[in-house]
Each structure stands twice: as structure tokens, then as C-alpha cells.
Ligand binder design. Structure first.
Ligand SMILES: [Zn+2]
Length: 274
């Protein structure tokens, strides 16, 4: 099993090989907080072992957003009375439309990762029971941890987790290091603004943990912001000119295949259909 490595004072990150998901563990005095819970019961059981190797304390769980690779381990990882925090929109997705999403993701995964698809179809969805509208502060064994919703971006319910005493920011999939941003449920016209707000929370020494991949810094966030801004303007210009979506996606800095859904979602938003 992959292990947690310390990235800042009592803040640990683990990169799970399947989908290269990054999980974060914050350890205080007699309490710990885990950010994101992986895709399946089996993955979450491995994660529970990795957590116990670092700290055997009561856990609080945070989901950065509702996607399966960040939340479907909730039921396995949470015991009785474990609080699970998320943005209110992310919690609503899992509470009200969990079965729908489970079906959608099963079908999406089937072609690429059939084993993962079967396992995530078996997962019990445990929706978050503590929700954040704009901001909340948690006490994790004497450490203040802030949960902030900075606007829509990767989804409509992205939560950023700040550990100010260690200068760590957990960005979820608002920032991706090991692959391009994913636009399937994204708001490509708002994402740049949200990332700019995240950047304003950083110091030159901040460690930023992406949803997938290795830790990054402010320069990486600003580079991703620049590319997302470029795509934002391509979509706005293309829509104004009546350009075909495929032609706009061709010019995207993230490549045509990845960007086609972003262009479609941007066009829909500009036409008032989102
Ligand atoms: Zn993800």
C-alpha cells in the first residue's frame, strides 16, 4: 500500500496509484482530519491502514467535491459519529442524486477501467452530514483548519482546505498536477476567478496539494490559472463569433479532446442553458 509522506508539519499526503488521487491527512493532538476518501470500499480500507500507520486518532472527513474518486470511500472510512464535511452543493449531489451519479460513473469507467467500474458500482454512498456554504473553521486537536468555497470551478461544490499553521492548501481538483483539468462537471467561465481567489490565499512558501499528483506551489497555480483564462476567452470569443465548438476546442491549451466538453459547457452557460 502507498504510504503517507509528511509534506509540512504534521500534514501528510498520499498518492493512490489508481487515478493518481491525492489524499491529505492533518494530525493534531488526539484528533486527525482526512481530506478525500478514494473510489471504492477496498481502496478506503487500504487508506484506513495507511492512516492508522500515522495516527490512531478519531477522524473527521472532508470531501473536496462529490466525484467518486474523492468520496466513495466515505462509508468504509467513517465510523459511528464521524463527521463528514463538504460544500452544500457537493453534499446535495451525493444525498439526492447519488444513485444517478454512481450509474453515470460506472458507465464512464467501464471502457477504461472495468475493474474499478464494478467496484465503485458496489460502493455504499455515505453523503456528507456537515455542510459549508462559504466558510467553516474546524478544530483538529488544537489546530485550526479552514474549509472555504471560493466559487464554482471543477464542480459547483469545490471546497478548499487550509491549514494555516503549516501553510498548506488542499485544492482538490481545482488544481491538477498529473493530468489536465477535468471539465466534465466544470464551470470553465468561472474557474479562473475561483483559482485567482485561491492564489490570493497563498504565501510564497505555501504547499498546494492538488486533487491528483504531486504537491505544487503558487507559480504552478498561476500557470494553470493563465491556461484556464486563455480557454475562458477562447470560449467567449468563439461563442460571440458563432464558431463551431470543435474549432474552439482545437485551439485550447489543454488539447481538443479534453476541451470539447469545456467548450460545450461554456457555450451552454453563455446561452443561458446552465
Ligand atoms: Zn478527481
Amino acid at each position: 500500500m502507498t504510504k503517507f509522506g509528511e509534506v509540512a508539519d504534521r500534514v501528510y499526503a498520499l498518492r493512490y496509484p489508481v487515478l493518481d488521487v491525492t489524499v491529505t491527512l492533518v494530525v493534531g493532538d488526539g484528533a486527525a482530519l482526512v481530506v478525500d476518501t478514494l473510489s471504492t470500499p477496498a481502496q478506503a480500507a487500504e487508506l484506513a491502514d495507511a492512516i492508522r500507520a500515522v495516527a490512531r486518532y478519531p477522524l473527521t472527513i472532508v470531501n473536496t467535491h462529490h466525484h467518486f474518486d474523492h468520496s466513495f470511500g466515505n462509508a468504509t472510512l467513517a465510523g459511528d459519529g464521524t463527521e463528514i464535511w463538504a460544500h452544500e452543493a457537493a453534499a446535495a449531489h451525493l444525498r439526492e442524486r447519488g444513485a444517478h451519479w454512481q450509474r453515470v460513473w460506472y458507465e464512464q469507467c467501464l471502457a477504461m477501467e472495468p475493474e474499478l467500474a464494478e467496484d465503485l458500482a458496489e460502493a455504499t454512498i455515505r453523503p456528507p452530514d456537515r455542510t459549508v456554504h462559504a466558510e467553516a473553521t474546524l478544530d483538529v486537536g488544537g489546530r485550526a483548519v479552514r474549509l472555504c468555497h471560493l466559487g464554482r470551478g471543477h464542480t459547483d461544490g469545490d471546497l478548499v482546505v487550509l491549514v494555516p499553521d503549516a501553510d498548506v492548501v488542499v485544492a482538490g481538483d481545482l488544481v491538477e498536477e498529473s493530468g489536465p483539468p477535468d471539465f466534465g462537471d466544470a464551470y470553465p467561465l468561472e474557474w479562473p476567478e475561483t483559482l485567482a481567489a485561491l492564489d490570493r490565499l497563498l504565501t510564497p512558501a505555501s504547499v498546494v496539494l492538488p486533487g491528483h499528483g504531486a504537491p505544487v506551489d503558487g507559480a504552478f497555480v498561476r500557470a494553470q490559472h493563465a491556461l484556464l483564462t486563455e480557454l475562458d476567452w477562447l470560449i467567449r470569443d468563439g461563442h460571440a463569433d458563432g464558431a463551431p465548438q470543435r474549432a474552439v476546442a482545437q485551439r485550447s491549451p489543454f488539447g481538443p479532446d479534453q476541451s470539447l466538453v469545456a467548450v460545450a459547457r461554456g457555450y451552454a452557460e453563455l446561452s443561458g442553458r446552465v
